[in-house]
Every structure is written in C-alpha cells, then in structure tokens.
Design a protein around this ligand. Sequence first.
Ligand SMILES: [Mg+2]
Length: 392
Amino acid sequence: MKITAITATPVRLDIPYPLYPGEGAGTKIEWGKRSRFTPLRPTPMLEYVLVRVETDAGITGWGEAQADIGFFGETVEQVRAAVADYMGPQLIGQDPLDREYLHSVIAYRGNGCAKSGIDMALHDLAGRVMGVPVSTLLGGRRRTRVPVAIEVPGGSPDAMAKACADLMVQGVRAFKPKVGGYPDADADRLRAIREAVGPDVSIRADANQGYSPKEAIRLCRLCERHGVGLELLEQPVAAHDLAGMAFVRRSVDTLIEADESCFTPQDALAIIRHEAADVLNIKRGKAGGFIGAKKIAALAEAAGLKCVLGTAFGLGLEIAAKAHLFAATEVVTDAVEFTELSLHGNLLKPPWDARLTLPLEDGCLPVPDGPGLGVEMDGTQVVKATAGTATA
Ligand SMILES: [Mg+2]
C-alpha cells in the first residue's frame, strides 16, 4: 500500500467568548499583549487544519491539527502550508504503515501541530487497514471511559465559580481554572471555586507562565493554608526557567506540572534532569502526534512522574484521539482536558456527534470502539466551517 495524496483543509469555528480575557485575570504575561485578534480574526474563534491521507488501496485516514500562534507558535496558514506543501509531498509513494520512519522523513524543527495532523491521519488509516481502534495500536483498551476536565478562563472569583457550577450541571467533575496574575487575588479565585464545587471535585490551576518562582510559592502556600485542595499547579513560571520551576517544586507540597516547558521528548528529559516537575502535560500538537506523546509518557514513567493529557482545543477527531491515547497509556492520570466540549461543536457524524459532547453521564466520555479513530467527520458541517477561513 502506498500514499497517493495528502491534503490540508483549514476550518474555523466561532466561540462564545475570548479565551484569553486580558487585564486583571488569567496570566499577566498576556495582559495587553499577544492578542489573537487580527484584521482577519476580529471576533473570538478557533482554527484547525483537517488532514486527509489517501492510498492506492482506496482506504483514507483523517487527522486534525491545532493551530494557535499564542500557545504553539503555529498559525493555521503555517500548518496548512507545512502539511500540503512541505511534508505531504515527501510522503507520497511511501507505505503509510511505516509511521516511525515517516516521522523521520518530516522531522523539521518545530511544526508539532502540522506533524500531529499527519500522524493522526496515519494512525486512523492504520487502524482502518487492520480493523482495530487506534487505542489498540497504541497499547490497548484497558480503559473505555475518560474522565473529563474543563478549563475555566480567568475572571472575577464569582464569575469563575459560576462557570464551574454551570459545568457541573452538565456532569463535569474536574476543572482547570486559569490563574497567573497576582497570587493573593488568584488564591481568592480558587477558594471561591472550591466553595462552589464542594470537596469531591478536582481543581488544577494553570498559571500559563505568569508567576515568578516566589509568586508561585506564595500561591501554593495560600492554597495549602486555606484548604483549597489543588490537585496541581501547571506551568507556574516561564517555560525556559527549569531552575525556577525546580525551586517552586522543592518549596511546596502542591504537585507542579510542566506544560509550556514540555513540548518534545527532549524537553521532557530536560525537565526530569532538573527535577522541575511532578507531572508532564502531554498535547499531541506539542509532541508532533501520538508517537512523540508516547515517548514523553515513557520518559515520565521511567522517571516516576505522571502525565496529564492537556487540551489545546479540537474537533471530534482530536477528542477521539485523546480518548484513545488515554485508554492506551497507563501513566496518564484522570482527568483528561476537553475544554473544546464547552466551546463549539465537534463536527462529527452521528452517533459520535452526540456521544462526544456535553452533557456527560458519569463525568466521562466513551472511547470510540470502531476501527481507526472510530469517528467520521460530517462533510456538510466541515464545508460550512471551511467557508469562513481566510485561507479557503
Ligand atoms: Mg497549560
């Protein structure tokens, strides 16, 4: 079997509110800076690139790449060009099942999102060829339901507590509020959320690099003193400051998680060597797909760390992909982050359009059980989402 074509289709979905609200809440490194609004993007939206791999056997694999200049440093235009113009043509004529080798063919620096879209399509294709779910390819299906966590944008304590309470009505039982401004004000936010959600719900806070090491220590100590019960604090300090992160980790009881510090397996190794984190946040878009994600999980397991599957938003293919990765990777803990569930539709055909969305039955999503990713994109919805893109 040989690859005959790789295509890349940008899509855009409007979302109900800006994810990075600006002054006074969330991470202060974005207050008045790093706006996602542009002349072509005047309103809140998320953009993705759908990737299709075709073969001479008539079997097709679908993948999806995230794109966000603020987090990944990759725009939707870059991802589309990287897939369609640089990486895709090099894979034509190759055996699509040679996944590790194919990664070596497109091993450009960075470009994790573009690689992850191709990687997802290759896994979907391989699963369809073999008649097994992607989770079976990745290690097995020991777990068939995925506990869901959702991020809460920065805001007033009352607004953040209400956002969590509203999501609890939809069955969500784990939250990741955004902090990273001033520790005392952020501790007030987290206390308000704990009061609203009760003792049995997971709260993990994400500072998105907003604190100095001493600010992060203060936030953790305030939360420890006031019984907030933080499951962990994600990326308290600048991504490059592994010494600062190790200082925070040594100084508090709260678990420290690396996100922006941990894109690649090489990053994970550096974090382990610096003893800078207790938990690694894995995102397919950072790691270049399932293959890089599994390598980070293996490093974490060997070093005695845990992993969380983070969100960088996504359509139904990405939701299914995270579910499969969770099912197959023991070192990944509850809960998996699926903030996209509260932001826009998943663009899937029935029945998975309704199964992979809110409300949740038991705080969980099911892991699809069909071949490949086990889900299909709805062509009509995709065409609608494609029509509005600047690159269409
Ligand atoms: Mg994060």
